[in-house]
Design a protein around this ligand. Structure first.
Ligand code: DX5
Ligand code: ZN
Length: 213
């Protein structure tokens, strides 16, 4: 079954602990954390000190989505915190293979995130090195944007290529996920659905997560 990863970005930041407890109780599988630097994306969120505190109170795996121009500077600190997933944007690093190796050497699930305009084929040469691929279904930087259907074709191509390589890779979709596209995304081959505004946009988080599942 598809895993649901609510994005903390859409939560009430004046009550983060309560929000995390509620989202866990509602059946979230993973907590998605959007780190934005105001350079790679035109928005700022949070960084290492806050993720460290979140780890202390959160019992589900943490999935850190690094939307920063210098992701290499965050890996060691995130490893010390003990996060479970890290993805770095294909568009932000010169040496993707090297950076993915660094993440994997820490024993963390390593992924590459792709902007809508970045071709899925750009990660094919290193597919066997990856644990997951995060395919953006909006332009990164903000929650609450409209879903871009161009991801279906990317999921299909990735699935087909992974099959020819006999490699097991998780496919995560991020942006504009809701109860009208979740089923189609799962049928296309998505394994993890990130959902911010859809899950936090209604006070009954359990219903929202269940309706995605
Ligand atoms: C956008 C972030 C997403 C965002 C998703 O840059 O990567 O994780 O929080 O929010 P929704 O589900 O509202 O599009
Ligand atoms: Zn994200």
């Amino acid at each position: 079954m598809v895993k649901i990863a609510p994005s903390l970005l859409a939560s009430d930041f004046t009550n983060i602990e309560a929000e995390i407890k509620r989202i866990e109780a509602a059946g979230a599988d993973i907590l998605h954390l959007d780190v934005m630097d105001g350079h790679f994306v035109p928005n700022l969120t949070f960084g290492i000190p806050i993720i460290k505190q979140i780890k202390n109170i959160c019992s589900i795996p943490l999935d850190v989505h690094l939307m920063v121009t210098n992701p290499e500077d965050y890996i060691e600190d995130l490893a010390k915190i003990g996060v479970e997933y890290i993805c770095i944007h294909q568009e932000t690093v010169f040496h993707l293979h090297r950076q993915i190796s660094v993440i994997k050497d820490f024993g963390i699930k390593a992924g590459v995130a792709l902007n809508p305009a970045t071709a899925i084929e750009t990660i094919f040469p290193i597919i066997e090195q990856l644990d997951f691929v995060l395919i953006m279904s909006v332009n990164p930087g903000f929650g609450g944007q409209k879903f871009l259907p161009l991801v279906y074709d990317k999921i299909k191509k990735l699935q087909e290529y992974a099959t020819t390589k006999n490699t097991n890779i998780e496919i995560e979709i991020d942006g504009g996920v809701n109860n009208t596209n979740a089923k189609l995304l799962e049928e296309a081959g998505a394994d993890i659905l990130v959902a911010g505004s859809y899950v936090f946009g209604n006070s009954n988080y359990k219903n929202q997560i269940n309706s995605l599942k």
